[in-house]
Design a protein around this ligand. Structure first.
Ligand SMILES: Cc1cc2nc3c(=O)[nH]c(=O)nc-3n(C[C@H](O)[C@H](O)[C@H](O)COP(=O)(O)OP(=O)(O)OC[C@H]3O[C@@H](n4cnc5c(N)ncnc54)[C@H](O)[C@@H]3O)c2cc1C
Ligand code: SF4
Length: 496
């Protein structure tokens, strides 16, 4: 049997044994399908080519117009090929049409399809709460548990202490730097190919080129994990939600890209964090905060993607129909955008294809939600612009969590806020031509004015939601609503 590997199936657990032949297909159709961030395309191609090189004589490497043509080119009959189920709905439906010998369950997560379905069934009418799922995971997998089954450190959740603003006056968190890989000949070849395809007009990309930041091999992934756990995990947690203009990565792990490529297994990542706590190298709040992200959030999002199905992509509960503005699509941070939080976030995406979760949620997502940008278009933008973006992780995070387009299935209330939140959690506002406390006029912060305009537009929709009661009471007290409405209607999605 020959195993066919997709580009995000690069770890050893995707291979059935030590000697079967392995097909790796670079599909030009997939490369051309989107205007990818240049560094994302580089990472993906580099990772696939490194894997092919590692597999040596076992690898049957094909560059073809599409997957079907690539398989045909190998000359191997479909009945002799096996594959692990790809993550996206589309690719999964596609492999089913090929008549392959077997489609194995995806081995790269801690939770199987059946396991998550069992958890969902067990909920009955209750909401699919992350917190409950996370505790179920910890108990089931025996992670951060005392011998009596109680949570390590006496609590399941140390989140309350993990929402601190940046340290006052600090420009950076001062945490040791993350592991950065060294590029090699394979990267040079990938760079040449992307340059050539771009100049020939075969593909278009966004974002800057730059030294590869992200692990493209298992060895690089393991080195990144080791450096994170040793040098940075102890600082993970307290400032998880904070943003500093001069410190993009803060104490974040930067492990999403290698995990999503299948180079690191979430369970090994979690075990390393647990080991650091057990050996006294990391406090429980940091270890638990990190485990919550990987064993909780990441697995939850994966399970929800499969539970919600393909139709989830077109959910649009708030009837958001605005087109994606060109300045956002092209990551044109310095050209037109003056709002500092947005400018700095877009700059990071343009330079690295990455920002941590708060700029994604409370700057980019918040802006799109307030301005009524079409959620499906936004989701596709996130996916092509971020190095760790894949359909399975984007749909729940963007459609559900960030844009509330599922009407509250995932998040009880929308993640929307005015400039005061960004001011408290970052050092952006001091460098901004707008003022987070001003609602109307030249200094009016687009997030603050946008917040009130959003609430005003959707007040009826949120009336019965008790978690929105305070916000709506605030709206009722606003006496400058007419001016805000007119101002924000005029601003629309022009670069703020
Ligand atoms: C609008 C929006 C879009 C996002 N898009 C992606 C995406 O395309 N790919 C992606 O991997 N993550 C996505 N996330 C989740 C999260 O922002 C990133 O996983 C994280 O910022 C990656 O950086 P890190 O590895 O340093 O994470 P850390 O802060 O170090 O967290 C550790 C790990 O936890 C996992 N994790 C934490 N939260 C989530 C989550 N909500 N969903 C999935 N995994 C999570 C990631 O694997 C991450 O590597 C998105 C979040 C939002 C709000
Ligand atoms: S004032 Fe408003 S636009 Fe400017 S950085 Fe602060 S929140 Fe962002």
């Amino acid at each position: 049997m020959t195993r066919w590997l997709f580009g995000a199936q690069l770890g050893p657990w995707f291979l059935p044994g030590d000697d079967e032949p392995v097909i790796v297909i670079e599909s030009l159709a997939a490369i051309r399908r989107q205007r990818w961030h240049r560094q994302k395309l580089h990472l993906l191609l580099s990772a696939m080519r490194h894997r092919t090189a590692e597999l040596g004589d076992r690898a049957i490497s094909v560059r073809a117009g599409g997957y079907r043509a690539g398989l045909a080119e190998t000359g191997i009959a479909a009945r002799d090929i096996s594959v692990c189920e790809p993550t996206s709905h589309t690719a999964r439906a596609f492999v089913r049409t090929l008549g392959l010998a077997t489609i194995e369950p995806h081995p790269g997560f801690a939770t199987s399809r059946e396991g998550f379905a069992e958890w969902v069934d067990g909920r009955g009418e209750r909401r699919l709460l992350l917190e409950d799922f996370y505790r179920w995971q910890r108990r089931r997998l025996g992670v951060l548990l005392e011998p009596d089954g109680e949570p390590a450190g006496g609590r399941w959740n140390f989140d309350a202490g993990n929402r601190e603003p940046p340290p006052r006056g600090a420009e950076t968190l001062g945490v040791a730097p993350p592991h950065l890989p060294t590029e090699d000949d394979i990267d040079a070849e990938v760079r040449e190919d992307i340059d050539r395809w771009t100049s020939e007009g075969t593909i278009g990309t966004v974002g800057e080129d730059g030294p590869r930041w992200w692990a493209a091999t298992r060895a690089e992934g393991l080195a990144a994990l080791e450096t994170f756990v040793r040098d940075r995990l102890p600082a993970f947690g307290p400032h998880e939600d904070a943003m500093l203009g001069a410190d993009t990565v803060m104490a974040h792990s930067l492990l999403s890209a290698p995990m999503n490529l299948g180079l690191l297994h979430p369970l090994e990542v979690v075990r390393e964090a647990e080991l650091a706590y057990r050996s006294g190298a990391a406090p429980i709040a940091s270890a638990e905060g990190f485990v919550r992200q990987v064993l909780g959030w990441r697995e939850y999002v994966w399970g929800l993607y499969r539970t919600f199905g393909e139709g989830y992509r077109s959910r649009n509960a708030l009837d958001a129909r605005e087109a994606l503005p060109v300045w956002l699509d092209s990551l044109d941070a310095d050209g037109e955008v003056r709002a500092e939080c947005l400018r700095a976030t877009l700059r990071d995406v343009r330079e690295r294809g990455w920002t941590h979760h708060i700029p994604r949620l409370m700057v980019l997502g918040n802006y799109a939600l307030q301005r009524g940008i079409d959620p499906a278009a936004l989701s596709s933008w996130f996916q092509r612009s971020f190095v760790d973006g894949y359909d399975w992780v984007m749909l729940p995070n963007v459609i559900g969590m960030s844009q509330w387009a599922d009407g509250g299935e995932m998040a009880t209330k929308p993640y929307v806020s005015g400039g005061a939140y960004i001011d408290r959690m970052s050092d952006h506002c001091g460098r901004c031509p707008y003022d987070p406390a001003v609602r109307v006029g030249d200094l009016a912060c687009p997030f603050t004015a946008g917040y009130w305009a959003f609430l005003d537009r959707h007040a009826d929709r949120f009336r019965g939601n008790h978690r929105m009661a305070r916000a709506l009471a605030g709206l009722a007290r606003r006496c400058d609503l007419d001016a805000i409405r007119a101002q924000e209607a005029e601003r629309g999605t022009t670069a703020p």
